[in-house]
Write a protein that binds this ligand. Structure first.
Ligand code: XMP
Length: 516
């Protein structure tokens, strides 16, 4: 792999993504990892990321100079560039000029790193210190007002560095510089593609499980579907998927999993009809957290019941399903400590998470992948577009989109309104533009309306379309008025007991995406 050494800023994940966009596999490692341990991973190249500190600040992370004597190509970025310069005998100092945001850089010598780049380019910087003198043997490639040495290289030793952030889209030629490093500096080929990922994972899964039985909780979402499809491709009938229909699904959802997914993958599916169980458990409950806890608990019960049945069905084995497939993604792994150590099941990953005493060993075929890469693998595996490009849908489903008590009647109202909104957004071609559009029923609120010749006293439906990159923050989507108009007209005309449609124009923060 290409190792991205994380110096503690937000950029390491972004760098890892850009390297993968160049079709080269990358992994993030902490800067505290000793050089020996890095070498044990047999890195094809190493990238030192940006970081928050000054190289001269007490306790600032440094780079072991031994790193540069391993014959492995290295590229330093921002803080990593300065730490590299300092470690190799260059001079880093305060210039008095801080450069933040868009900064013009003059290229004086293209070298390998900046080959093909413009003479002068806008780049994205964020630093207070600067490299004043390059280490011996290095050629200065670029300068900026605040950085006498803004980029350098020693192509013979395969060492490269730049002050600006090539991984940030605002940096002109950023991706090209990264690719120059990877392809020409380090001599790597762009071979990390979805079909190679699939092939490698299939081999790994087969090795792992041998002839054991495997189960997978399927939600119909992208991650669990692609994980299941991959495992199915590897071991076929040894896998059983469990889909819990909790009655809080949207229209057509259960059918989509049963028909589309099973048909495209041939997966062995066990559907658990737990609709009544969930409704009974939710009766009379209005508090959002209580709802979530109940839904989580009931989900676990249903899943455990299914697992026991599968164990019983498997019969001839030593009575055990040993393996559980989880759709854990790379950001989850990185955020829970870089994946060195025991795997832990994230509680928000499915509804409420699975209990620790389930005692399965985990298969996590997506744990090295980012979301967009999971989609690419899904496409490669022939998972239908409807699933691969699905917008996020919360595990607790419509249960947290009915404000008030959840009842069968209210679910029917919301399901119909939601189906109309989704149909019209799809018709308008907006599906990939918006992140998701929760449709919410204010079940305890009534307002006066006039429909036909009569007065009505019905419920409002809230549309909550949002744009987001990662759901951590979001903005309300500026949907075209004519699309909103069609949705509003259709919902008030077609859905019984709804006489008003309102638009949520709150960003996150302060509002969350879901209403509960
Ligand atoms: P919030 O409401 O916290 O939602 O802004 C952020 C994103 O997470 C989804 N979400 C969930 N997904 N289980 C899930 O699998 C949950 O309990 C859950 N709650 C919220 C939400 O749809 C949005 O995409």
């Amino acid at each position: 792999p290409v190792l991205v050494v994380d110096f503690g800023a937000q950029y390491a994940q972004l760098i890892a993504r850009r390297v993968r966009e160049a079709k080269v596999y990358s992994e993030i490692v902490p800067h505290t990892m000793p050089v020996e341990a890095m070498m044990a991973k047999k890195p094809a190249a190493i990238i030192l990321s940006g970081g928050p500190s000054s190289v001269y600040a007490p306790g600032a992370p440094s780079v072991d100079p031994a790193l540069f004597d391993q014959g492995v190509p290295v590229m330093g970025i921002c803080y990593g560039f300065q730490a590299m310069a300092a470690a190799l005998g260059g001079r880093v100092a305060h210039t008095g000029v801080r450069e933040y945001g868009g900064t013009a850089v003059d290229v004086c010598e293209a070298g390998v790193l900046l080959a093909g780049s413009a003479q002068s380019q806008m780049t994205w910087m964020s630093h207070g210190d600067a490299v004043h003198d390059a280490p011996d043997g290095f050629v200065v490639l670029a300068t900026s007002p605040g950085s006498p040495v803004a980029a350098f290289e020693d192509a013979d030793r395969k060492l490269f560095g730049m002050q600006w952030h090539p991984e940030v889209k605002h940096s002109q030629g950023g991706q090209a510089a990264l690719e120059n490093f990877l392809y020409h500096g380090a001599g790597l080929a762009p071979t990390w593609t979805a079909d190679n990922v699939v092939a490698a994972q299939m081999e790994l899964i087969r090795e792992q499980v041998g002839s054991d039985q495997v189960i997978c909780g399927l939600s119909g979402g992208v991650d669990s579907s692609v994980a299941a499809a991959l495992v199915q491709r590897a071991i076929g009938d040894q896998l059983t998927c469990v889909f819990v229909d909790h009655g809080l699904l949207r229209e057509g959802e259960a059918e989509q999993v049963e028909v589309d997914f099973v048909q495209s993958t041939g997966v062995h599916l066990k559907v658990i009809d737990a609709r009544e169980q969930f409704l009974n458990a939710l009766a009379g409950v209005t508090d959002p957290e209580t709802k979530r806890k109940i839904i989580g608990r009931e989900f676990i019960r249903a899943f455990e019941g299914a697992a026991r049945e599968i164990v019983a069905d498997a019969g001839d084995k030593d009575g055990d399903v040993k393996w559980l497939v989880q759709g854990t993604l790379y950001p989850d792994v990185v955020e829970s400590g870089g994946g060195e150590g025991a795997a832990n099941i994230k509680s928000h990953h499915n509804v409420g998470g699975l209990p620790d005493d389930l005692q399965f060993q985990l298969i996590e075929p997506l744990r090295t992948l980012f979301k967009d890469e999971v989609r690419a693998v899904g496409v490669e595996l022939g998972v239908p577009d409807e699933i691969v490009w699905r917008q996020p849908f919360p595990g607790p489903g419509l249960g947290i989109r009915i404000i008030g008590e959840v009842t069968a009647e209210r679910l029917a109202i919301l399901r119909q309104a939601d189906a109309i909104a989704r149909e019209e957004l799809t018709r308008a071609g907006l599906d990939r533009e918006i992140w998701q559009c929760p449709v919410v029923l204010l079940a305890d609120v009534r307002s006066v309306g006039v429909q036909g010749d009569g007065r009505t006293y019905g419920h409002p439906i809230v549309l909550r379309p949002v744009s987001s990159e990662d759901a951590m923050t979001a903005d309300w989507s500026r949907l075209p008025y004519d699309v909103l108009s069609v949705i509003s007209t259709r919902i008030t005309n077609e859905v019984r007991d709804v006489n008003r449609v309102v638009l949520d124009v709150t960003s996150k923060p302060p509002g969350t995406i879901e209403w509960e």
